[in-house]
Design a protein around this ligand. Sequence first.
Ligand SMILES: Cc1cc2nc3c(=O)[nH]c(=O)nc-3n(C[C@H](O)[C@H](O)[C@H](O)COP(=O)(O)O)c2cc1C
Length: 503
Amino acid sequence: MSYTFAMSVASGRPIDSIRDYVAALEARGRLLRIESMDQDQYEITAFAYRLLERFGSEAAPGFLVERVRIDGQWRDGPVLANLYGSWPDEALLFGVAAINDDQHQMYRAVIDTLVGQLDRSGNWPRIPPVVVPAAQAPCKEVVLTGDAIDIERFAWLKNNPGDAGRYINMGSVFMRDPDLGSNVGTYRCQVKGPRKIGVNPEPGQHGWLLLREMQQRGDKIAKVAIAVAPDPMTFCASSTKMAGFKEDELEFVGGLRGSPLPVVKCETCDIFVPAQSEFIIEGEIPLDQFEAEGPYGEMYGFQGAAKKENFFMNIKAVTHRRNPWVLNSFTGLTWDMPKAPQVASNLFLYKRLIPGLTGLYSPAGASGVIVIGIQKRFPGQGISAGQYIAANPALNKVVIVVDDDVDIMDAGAVLKAIGARWQPSASVLIPQTQMMMPDPSRPTPMLSGKFIIDATRQLPQEGGPKSWPAQNRDLLSRGAPGSFDLVDQRWDDYFKNGPGKAG
Ligand SMILES: Cc1cc2nc3c(=O)[nH]c(=O)nc-3n(C[C@H](O)[C@H](O)[C@H](O)COP(=O)(O)O)c2cc1C
């Protein structure tokens, strides 16, 4: 693992930092600025719920709160939340040329753009990072060591009265070992004292496996660095499994950016971190001592149990930008990571495995459910397609397969297909299989049942009707071909007096 050194870096992409991304959102009217909020009354959390309830999870804008009251003190933020979750915003981030507000169009555009970046075997391009000197790294504008460190003074939030405390919950946790390899993963970190935080890689995560290998080798500590609010591409790589175990995720970040990611060496260890991050928290995780952590409101919207023994980290240095930004995840509510690269790789992979696959979509806010579209030609194809998806331990519990004339992004259209096209016999129940997701309904961690609903039109060989009747809308289009054009042309005319007013 060797990095090249350079004095300066020219990036081919405009979005090099979270600040660039937020500026781009703001330029599109997609950011709300709020002067102050009182988190002692859980104002920011309740606001996040209302925002998503009233706008919908895909259309709700990001928001930035300048000052926050925490434990009776007004603290400078800003605290930012809900920055990811809308497909036009992802399209902007991943370089789609013409952006508009149509979620469906932008979903297809960003996924097509990213699938186009994969090679013939489905691999992402890789460009190794480039090391910049500390003087050129914004994350080193302020350097704190020893007693000068007080992590508690920043505006980390306690999201919910049921949580164990305040959390740094959007940090990218970097590990790097000369023999074992490197990893970065997003894991929540409970604030435990001025120089102590919890670190929560779930069992089976690459970060957890790496720590376990260090433990088995007899190491007493693991050196770790946490980048809070790095550039969005690094955050994307840290929140997904774009890279295999021990592969350097930052090479994939370079590939996504189209240019090397500028990194800088930590103060207290040989880990290199994104130079544009807001904070770097460096420290040591003891490998022979553990502490209680949680409870914490989890991604499925239910409280996750307190853990009796979890990793924690003694902080040795904190470096940050001047006026650093805090990013907060309202776990189980907001979306909180760019998802398009993960969707693009899944689509590429499954298109190879599933003949006729036209798309796959996990509806925002419905963790556990995935919808796939297929162009069905043969009996059994719907169930086979569902079985491939259900076999993935990182994918969902309920797999709904629909014909390609159903819009997989439209929950109403999918429910309509289930209502009109599905018979319960066209289903498969898998009583128990591997599943990594922390679904609160399952009795045993790492295991879950899965269910495939084949809502494609069943063929006669599958027990379906001899022939399917025509759909009313198709009859209209065929029998009166000009009707929709006529209405589209007159559309503004119908509304000139506004809805409900006399025409
Ligand atoms: C905001 C956010 C918080 C997350 N928190 C955790 C966490 O506390 N523990 C965990 O194991 N995974 C968490 N994840 C998911 C992991 O980051 C993701 O599975 C990633 O692939 C883990 O990296 P790794 O495979 O390199 O270990 C979180 C993801 C996001 C976007």
